[in-house]
Design a protein around this ligand. Sequence first.
Ligand code: NAP
Length: 303
Amino acid sequence: MGEYYDIIVVGAGPAGLTAALYGLRAGKSVLVLEASGYGGQIVNADKLENYPGIDMISGFDFATNLYNQVKKLGGVVKYREVLKIDEDKTVHTARESFRAAAVIIATGARNRELGLARERELVGRGVSYCATCDGNFFKGRTVAVVGGGNTALEDAVYLSDVAEKVYLIHRRDTFRGEMGYVKELEEKDNVEFILNSTVKALNGDIMLKSIDIDDGKGQISTLPVDGLFVAVGREPVSRCFANVVRLDDAGYIMAGDDVHTGTPGIYVAGDVRVKELRQLVTAVSDGSIAAMTAVREMKPQDN
Ligand code: NAP
């Protein structure tokens, strides 16, 4: 049958941990299931300067404070990947299953991969998805950033102050990100744009040594680089819940009234849901609303 909790939260990012915090403060038993480490994407933010009421804090410290709040109130956090949720709110992991009166899905979004051979194998060996986390390993070296959105542009700006040379590779000739960043990069001597081009292969035995680039006209050239920063957007972690929630074309969970999935007792919070603004402040807002809605809608027999 599996252990029973009033609320199971799937995902220990800011949305999930806030949901847990509010559920616990309402007197409910709460289990948080997390596939990797707590904190979600925010742990990669070097400095948070736009969270109301806090002048500046690192993403890691913010997440740790929130995690400790949950633990202090008796929240149970288990590191398990959730494989499936049943309509009756049984939550399955590879090792065991759990039951709950309410389930809050807060699995967030993860970095999109390029989908190249050896991409995963070379993570930490030259390939990275986080310039602020790994940029310092490339002091005085040559790196490339792939992507044309604000993340890629910001990463290129950040890396231009660390690395000796930065290539910015984008598949089109115009950027999706802000012109201000583009102008800033154009003025830097150590930044070179490689436009209308895609990365086709990653080369190197143990460490990344070079990348093959397709110029879109059939010409492939090899560019020696020590690091490749992939910044081609994010995708929601939602596919395995498609049996109990509805997904939009991009895979985000459709939410009525912000947190209702359409399946009674199953709610959604944070970056994994369809929403206008994916920010820390909206993630924690979702978490609190999802938990309070779950508590309000819990039937007496659920307790
Ligand atoms: P994004 O805006 O979706 O941009 C992703 C970029 O990657 C696009 O330029 C896209 O090319 C390219 N791309 C996608 N798949 C690719 C593939 N397989 N191969 C090569 N290129 C690929 O993602 P983001 O930059 O991570 O930003 C996400 C959101 O956060 C955006 O709304 C952004 O404005 C926001 N953000 C804001 C700030 C800020 O305000 N300071 C900072 C970071 C992010 P195409 O353009 O051709 O589609």
